[in-house]
Design a binder for this molecule. Structure first.
Ligand code: AMP
Length: 283
């Protein structure tokens, strides 16, 4: 496994790797990230990952400086997963002196996370454009865990032609349903127990949908009632939206993305599931 830092070393290491699958991350890896690597391994001849805590996607007061980091452990997990190339840039390798580019995506960035975290998706779109321009993969692998991000990145790649395909991989979960996240490390025991309420609420929406409930407000209400019963959960939003446009749905639905953002003690957790008739399970 080659590990490179500068753009120049990346360019040299990239040579000769055709049919590349790319998994960008912010590190502090868990099995959800490794699920993306395993999928890339199956679908592509070569696999590259990046580890970069991108400052421009954090807002003031968010956890940029305290974001968990463990590079040695990450590299050994990636090596054990069969990754060929890892880019671990410094801030100046991604944003060279005089950097003045800003990639903005309209529409799908303006709701949900985008509405609550101003500048977040501008930061994501800009960094992923740079990563893809330098890495030049055939396929980009992202997680459904960050549903809106996956929608934004599909738009970016389709608009700018930065890869052939974006592959959205299912959410890796702990055995009790909690979606894996680097930020779960911030949960103390009581809040870790309480954090199960997100997947419990999503499962309840899925069960209601499976038994024929199609009314958007009723499905939203099912999730809200479960979240409201957990005193340690501070709900930011409960959304039932079109899975492609992320526009909130009203009345009878056919397919939908149910998404939650809930502060549970220190971390603000997000999770989601897709409701549609060929049900893939709690993704
Ligand atoms: P992050 O390091 O949190 O920026 O995530 C890097 C990539 O891993 C993104 O495409 C995320 O959507 C994906 N990811 C994060 N958590 C999970 C999870 N629990 N299951 C699947 N993919 C995930």
């Amino acid at each position: 496994m080659k590990v490179v830092t500068t753009r120049e070393d990346l360019r040299a290491a990239r040579t000769g790797l055709d049919d590349l699958g790319f998994v960008p991350t912010m590190g502090y890896l868990h099995d959800g990230h490794l699920g993306l690597v395993r999928r890339a391994r199956r679908e592509c001849a070569g696999v590259a990952a990046s580890i970069f805590v991108n400052p421009t996607q954090f807002g003031p007061g968010e956890d940029l400086t305290s974001y968990p980091r463990d590079l040695d452990r990450d590299l050994s997990l990636l090596e054990d997963s069969g990754v060929d190339l890892v880019w671990t840039p410094r801030v100046e390798d991604v944003y060279p002196s005089g950097f003045a580019t800003n990639v903005q995506i309209t529409g799908v960035t303006e709701v949900l996370e985008g509405a609550r975290r101003p500048g977040h998706f501008g930061g994501v779109a800009t960094v992923v454009t740079i990563l893809l321009a330098l890495m030049r993969p055939r396929q980009l692998f992202v997680g459904q865990k960050d549903l809106q991000q996956s929608v934004v990145l599909r738009r970016l790649v389709a608009d700018l032609g930065l890869a052939e395909e974006v592959v959205v991989c299912p959410t890796g979960r702990e055995s009790d349903g909690l979606a894996m996240s680097s930020r779960n490390i911030y949960l103390d025991d009581a809040h870790r127990q309480a954090a199960r309420v997100l997947s419990t609420a999503l499962r309840a929406a899925r069960a209601a949908y499976a038994s024929g409930q199609r009314d958007a407000a009723t499905l939203r209400g099912t999730m809200e009632a479960i979240l409201a019963a957990e005193p340690l959960a501070d709900v930011d939003y409960v959304s039932l939206a079109d899975p492609d446009t992320l526009v909130e749905l009203e009345g009878p639905i056919t397919r939908a993305a149910a998404s939650l953002a809930v502060r549970v003690g220190r971390p603000r957790l997000i999770d989601n599931t897709l409701l549609h008739e060929d049900d893939p399970g709690l993704g």
